[in-house]
Design a protein. Structure first.
Length: 137
């Protein structure tokens, strides 16, 4: 499958899900990464007008889980998240954030992802680690 088809598929399966609610779009993919973009608007703000950490974590888990499906044999396995942690380093009021998931560990059963969330200038907003498990169907 080529890059555009992969991105179209990721975006198509996100319809009527949390990803659509948060306006998350998958925008880039490579041999070892997947990137998604989310607009920062009042829809994802906390009460004081900056990006809610929970929205960042939802973005991170969405891109990490989608990457698991891309890089694992989903004909025979399904993927579930086991644990996620996040450190928020900078606030963001508007624009977009970009989450890029890359493997730290690709085991047969468990996978560890690093998801870096950055702004349009590549400044770090949050860094997350996601552990997923591949379960036989």
């Amino acid at each position: 499958m080529d890059k555009e088809k992969i991105l179209q598929r990721c975006n198509a399966i996100s319809r009527n899900t949390l990803m659509e609610t948060l306006n998350i779009d998958f925008v880039d993919v490579g041999d070892d990464f997947l990137t998604a973009r989310m607009p920062v608007t009042s829809k994802v703000h906390q009460p004081d007008g900056v990006l809610h950490g929970g929205a960042s974590v939802a973005l991170a888990e969405s891109v990490g889980s989608a990457a698991s499906y891309l890089f694992l044999d989903t004909d025979h396995f399904t993927v579930r998240g086991l644990e996620i942690s996040a450190n928020h380093t900078r606030s963001k009021k508007d624009g977009h954030v970009f989450a890029t998931a890359r493997f730290l560990h690709k085991g047969r059963t468990t996978q560890l992802w690093e998801i870096r969330i950055t702004d349009e200038e590549d400044k770090l907003i949050s860094i997350c680690k996601l552990t997923t498990i591949a379960l036989r169907k």
